[in-house]
Write a protein that binds this ligand. Structure first.
Ligand code: HSE
Length: 438
């Protein structure tokens, strides 16, 4: 059978990894795919040929549109990242009747509805396994492996850079900026690292996971997003004293009122497996009605782990090239005509537990004032701790954990606490999820 011809757009970290994995494992990949898969063309402005043995055997140019328009290419692999020209290239490739593989989570989260509609109309596939959690085959697991289930919620550590930073801060007491620099040097961080530390990258990935878990359109703009840049070593240490770890979590849950989609730092009981996922590793915990909890763990970033997912998608596409488009696995797991418009809940509607830390005047009655406000708001306290002032300081810290309450109620209570004369500055609030599966 004629080999499948692949055109690679981008030869950076993931593009280079894809080129090398596909070449190195080509014989075994051919045995798996049932036909040869050959990268024949690549487009890249900058690349390091010394890292890409065999590059001289393919045609390399700097015009990605020339690759997309080349009639000899069957599958276009978009590894440029960003919105434009990636969106235009992908839509052009689809219009030209080519299948597309992409690792571009931002593109899928924001423009996926348009891209999948175009692909559906044209009868081509757009595969995006590498867009979420790097090398972990989480899209395939949810879309195919769990397709018998109603998914109830899922929680993911889905940004390797952020997890690497939190882990190094906790374990080695390193500075935020120093660890971020290392993540950039290792090729984990986004081109704009605020995407990692402010939660935008995780929100892109959560958007995709929520869609395939619940059969809803991609709605990036409705994800509540908070990053890790305000997490202090103090909070990491106090969380530890209560038996929790702080992780940057993407969380989505189906409730009777609608779907929660949120990304924020979260206290998780340290006995949970997912609380022990450290460094650049990612994990996604899925709770579904028939199977119960399942946990997926692996490298969430890096050249070859991400290439592993990209190449698996290329193989998948190669295997199903000749199948009837109506009988392929739907892009968003549910048939396009069955995508549901379940509402997405605003953050104020969400129910969760909380960790609160506040700096208070070291004088009688302050603790009573704080606990009265919380009690009057109908919020139940699970644990409370007061830390004495440092020598020569006059401010003490109160740290408390609450039971589950609606965010709206918590906002009102925090506003009242912050209005007390004996409270200094803002109350630090970190959400807490037990991730209990019983
Ligand atoms: N910047 C991303 C991360 C890369 O750190 O997880 C993988 O999507």
């Amino acid at each position: 059978m004629k080999p499948v011809h692949v055109g690679l757009l981008g030869l950076g970290t993931v593009g280079g990894g894809t080129f090398n994995v596909l070449n190195r494992n080509n014989e075994e990949i051919t045995r798996r795919a049932g036909r040869g898969i050959r990268i024949t063309h690549a487009a890249a402005r900058e690349y390091d040929a010394a890292r890409l043995p065999g590059l001289d055997a393919i045609q390399v140019c700097d015009d990605a549109f020339a690759v997309v328009d080349n009639p000899d290419i069957d599958i276009v692999v978009e590894l440029i990242g960003g919105f434009e020209p990636a969106r235009e290239l992908v839509l052009k490739a689809i219009a030209n009747g080519k299948h597309v593989v992409t690792a571009n989570k931002a593109l899928i989260a924001k423009h996926g509805n348009e891209i999948f509609a175009a692909a559906q109309k044209k009868g081509v596939m757009v595969a995006f396994e590498a867009a979420v959690a790097g090398g972990i085959p989480i899209i395939k697991a949810i879309r195919e492996g769990l397709s018998a289930n109603q998914i109830q919620w899922l929680a993911g550590i889905i940004n390797g850079t952020g997890n690497f930073i939190l882990t190094e801060m906790r374990d080695k007491g390193r500075d935020f900026s120093d660890v971020l620099k290392e993540a950039q040097e290792l090729g984990y961080a986004e081109a704009d690292p605020t995407f990692d530390v402010e939660g935008i990258d995780a929100a892109h990935k959560l958007t995709i996971l929520a869609s395939i878990a619940f059969g809803i359109p991609l709605q990036f703009d409705k994800v509540y997003t908070e990053g890790i840049s305000k997490i202090s070593r103090e909070d990491v240490n106090y969380a530890g004293e209560f038996g929790y770890r702080i992780k940057h979590l993407g969380f989505t849950r189906r409730t009777d009122q609608g779907i929660e989609m949120r990304v924020h730092p979260t206290l998780i009981p340290e006995r949970r497996l997912i609380a022990n996922v450290d460094g650049v590793m990612n994990a996604v915990l899925v709770n579904a009605d028939a199977v119960g909890p399942t946990l997926y763990y692996g490298a969430g970033a890096g050249a070859e782990p991400t290439a592993s997912a990209v190449v698996a998608d290329i193989i998948d596409v190669a295997r199903t090239l000749t199948s009837d488009p109506q009988n392929r696995v739907p892009h968003l797991a549910f048939q396009p005509g069955s995508i549901s418009d379940i509402p997405i809940l605003a953050m104020e509607e969400v129910y969760t537990a909380y960790y609160l830390r506040m700096q208070v005047a070291d004088k009688p009655g302050v603790m009573a004032d704080v606990t009265r406000i919380i009690g009057d708001a109908g919020i139940s306290i699970e644990a409370i701790l007061q830390k004495e002032p440092a020598p020569d300081a006059d401010k003490a810290s109160i740290i408390l954990l609450t039971h589950v309450v609606q965010e709206r109620q918590m906002n009102a209570a925090i506003a009242k606490i912050e209005a007390l004369d004996s409270i200094f500055g803002a109350v630090t609030r970190i959400r807490l999820e037990h991730l209990s599966v019983t």
